[in-house]
Design a protein around this ligand. Structure first.
Ligand code: V47
Length: 365
């Protein structure tokens, strides 16, 4: 540990002291890091935490995404992915299409399928139950990380059932974990601007709590870099950290930087790389109770994702095999995201890290 703290402020020395002794930082310390500290200091602390936990290991998984449809009734203002039912750019797969599609992917070699449903007006819980059962019948080794809290709420309303019941039914049909999307910023004033018709903050948190109570793990995300302040990000962190204290059910936190292309939010600029790296680092420092902080490289691009490994990130999602369009439609550098294990391992090696393949529950393969 060669970083010189001599010229740092008293607040920074106190924060460093907490981090070195494994203590939790509070919200005003997190705000200090966002507002006053440099990227070097945040990166240094974040890496200290990461190295202590994982040495020089970086985790990744072999996965594909399955985007069943982009027809969605929510029409979130930041979303570049959804289309109206009658749009030429809309797609909608039925179960037969999906099983055919999966045949064209090398599923035997993968451990996970990440399923995005969108709020398709005609799809109900029976559709997903049948789909999950059929996928699991053909590929019993696959972990299904499927649907977000937003889709769970949509299905619960449709069936006039409690969300916990829906989660349990889907789990019995093969859904192994919930994806972390839909969290955006857990503040209903900001949600009014971003996504006025989406699941509110309280319901998003409740649904994840319910999943965790059923012993179903999930991930959590934050969509940042639009209208929110640093204090809003920290309030978002706090809600997730508090829930994690109670349930321990989040496997990882995934910061998702707002991408400006092709949506209705009317914010045309994106935050700079330095802000993005600092945000990764502060996430690692703040979440002492969430094991992994993930860079989702189809969103941030490969170059940023590998750089983020020097700012506290320990987890890369995933091999993908050109199966997601959410971010290519939002203007990501990665228009056909695909990365094989060899590329991933070689890039990590060049940076002095060892890439370790993991399954969805972070067991090393
Ligand atoms: O909820 C959509 C975000 C999320 C934009 O659980 C945008 O392991 C930025 O949650 N700019 C979906 N962000 C993706 C997601 C995810 C991805 C990878 C892994 C996991 C996991 C979850 O993408 C949405 C929203 O927050 N998003 N549009 C945009 N223009």
């Amino acid at each position: 540990m060669n970083y010189c703290l001599k010229d740092k402020s008293e607040q920074e020395k106190n924060i460093a002291e907490k981090v070195f002794s494994g203590k939790r930082i509070n919200n005003s310390e997190a705000l200090y890091l966002f507002e006053k500290s440099g990227i070097d200091f945040c990166g240094f602390l974040a890496n200290h935490i990461k190295e202590k936990r994982y040495s020089n290991n970086i985790f990744y998984n072999k996965n594909i995404h399955l985007e069943i449809s982009n027809i969605c009734i929510n029409k979130c203002n930041f979303c570049s992915f959804y289309r109206e039912k009658n749009s030429q750019e809309a797609w909608n797969m039925d179960i037969k299409d999906i099983l055919e599609y999966l045949k064209s992917k090398n599923i035997q070699d993968l451990t996970e399928i990440h399923i995005v449903g969108a709020l398709h007006p005609d799809k109900n819980v029976d559709f997903y139950k049948e789909l999950f059962r059929k996928i699991k019948n053909t590929y019993p080794h696959i972990h299904l990380k499927a649907l977000t809290a937003v889709e769970i709420e949509f299905l619960a309303k449709k069936e006039n059932k409690e969300s916990k019941q829906i989660i349990s039914e889907l789990n019995n049909s093969g859904m192994d974990s919930l994806a972390g999307g839909g969290a955006e910023i857990l503040d209903d004033k900001i949600r009014k601007i971003l996504c006025p018709d989406k699941t509110n903050s309280e319901s998003w948190l409740r649904i994840h709590r319910e999943a965790h109570e059923l012993k179903i793990p999930s991930n959590c995300t934050m969509l940042y870099g639009h209208t929110e302040s640093y204090a809003d990000r920290i309030n978002h962190f706090e809600k997730l950290r508090k829930l994690q204290d109670i349930t321990g059910g989040f496997n990882c936190f995934i910061p998702l930087k707002y991408k400006a292309f092709g949506n209705n939010l009317n914010i045309n600029s994106e935050i700079p790389l330095v802000e993005e790296l600092k945000n990764y680092a502060i996430s690692r420092i703040y979440f002492d109770n969430i094991p992994h902080i993930k860079a989702y490289w189809p969103m941030c691009g490969k170059e940023t994702a590998f750089l983020s490994l020097c700012f506290g990130i320990d987890d890369l999602d995933g091999t993908i095999n050109d199966t997601t369009k959410i971010y290519s439609m939002a203007g990501s550098d990665e228009q056909n995201p695909d990365m094989n294990s060899e590329e991933l391992k070689t890039r990590c090696k060049t940076m002095g890290f060892d890439a370790r393949e993991r399954d969805s529950l972070y067991n090393i393969i």
